[in-house]
Design a protein around this ligand. Structure first.
Ligand code: CU
Length: 361
């Protein structure tokens, strides 16, 4: 595939990743994941020699709602992958990930299911990794049971005894650095009755990165532990890259007017909360803490989601146009890259929204 074809594919839409099975995603060919500049060309002048992985998770890569009505045994593989990725065009960073993506794979099980979790740490890695999963009832959320050095694999069998959407994350001794480098994701334990029907589901993960150069500086960025201790990140991101889910990134999410969408947000942090907001819309139903057992809140403008937590919220799209998903701590949007976009296509509805034009006084 040529660079030009790769760019077109990358801009057209997301590469489908394989979910939870072995070999989900590692290095996608360089041509498919370079960041386009404003002219659609790749910056080749600053690119490292090593292969560049696309770490941005496809927000539509979510297992379908569970229709079975009996418990099952569900195998899940989380493979720690340390990969060179791109925070924005020409800015390279050594990510630590689950299965090569940020956030890690969306795991979907049903209340009462038994999960057979495998945590694999390939030989070529440099770090110890594990998983603390908030859906696990047991010591460390499985952290010690899944602690692996490079070249090891660990197994944990656990029962998902309570419903809700929960974070999972790396929990080694320098867990803040590992989470900031990308090691977090979501497990949804569906309630036995399932979730309300929606037309679309989207999966977002917010976290912040602390690099050793000002945001936007071309070239390789190392990790800045001092900035992390001060909790002063230079990037705050959805899905591991600046403006990743927009037209200048890997493309917006798409819906049609009249449809509904459920947004799953997991906040990895490690330190910053999200003030989750949909510009030009409202969270029609919102389940704080991803807790589906409690009643939904209605018509919420902005909702706080702390690190180590999740939220489920639904949007409706009565009118066409762009809905921007942001952390309403807006400096993070303007200067640090925290933006995602949903585009609603359909006929105008002047009875609801009717711009009257701008005229000179
Ligand atoms: Cu780790």
């Amino acid at each position: 595939m040529s660079v030009e074809e790769g760019l077109r594919q990358g801009r057209r839409g997301f590469l489908k990743q394989a979910g939870l099975t072995a070999g989900t995603i590692s290095f996608i060919g360089r041509a498919q994941n370079v960041w386009p500049d404003s002219n659609g060309a790749a910056r080749t002048d600053v690119r490292p020699a090593d292969p560049i992985a696309r770490v941005t998770a496809d927000p539509t890569n979510i297992p379908p709602p569970i229709t079975r009505r009996r418990p099952a045994v569900v195998p899940v593989l989380l493979e720690a992958k340390e990969v060179l990725g791109e925070i924005e065009n020409g800015v390279f960073f050594k990510f630590m990930t689950y299965n090569g993506q940020v956030p890690g794979p969306f795991i979907r099980v049903r209340e009462g299911d038994t999960v057979e979790l495998t945590v694999r740490n390939p030989t070529q890695n440099t770090q110890t990794h594990n998983v603390d999963m908030h859906a696990v009832m047991g010591p460390g959320g499985g952290a010690l049971a899944t602690l692996t050095h490079p070249g090891e694999e660990a197994h944990l069998r656990f029962k998902a005894t309570y419903p809700g959407a929960f974070i999972y994350h790396c929990a080694v001794s320098n867990m803040d650095m590992h989470i900031s480098s990308g090691m977090f994701g979501m497990i949804l334990v569906e309630p036995k009755k399932g979730l309300p029907h929606v037309d679309h589901e989207f999966y977002l993960g917010q976290h912040e990165i602390y690099t050793d150069k000002p945001a936007g500086t071309l070239g390789y960025h190392g990790f800045n532990v001092d900035a992390m201790v001060e909790e002063q990140p230079n990037y705050v991101l959805f899905n591991g890259a600046k403006d990743a889910l927009t037209a200048t990134g890997f493309g917006p999410m798409k819906v049609k007017t009249g449809e509904t969408a459920r947004v799953f947000l997991v906040v990895g942090g490690p330190n910053l909360s999200s003030s989750f907001h949909a510009i030009g819309n409202v969270w029609h139903e919102l389940w704080p803490e991803g807790q589906t057992r409690n009643p939904a809140h209605r018509y919420i403008q902005t909702y706080p989601v702390p690190p180590g937590s999740t939220v489920l919220a639904t949007l409706r799209f009565p009118v066409p146009g762009v809905v921007k998903l942001v952390d309403h701590a807006l400096t993070r949007v303007v200067h640090k890259g925290c933006l995602a976009v949903i585009e609603a296509e359909g006929p105008e509805v002047p009875s609801t929204f009717a711009p009257g034009g701008v005229h000179k006084l």
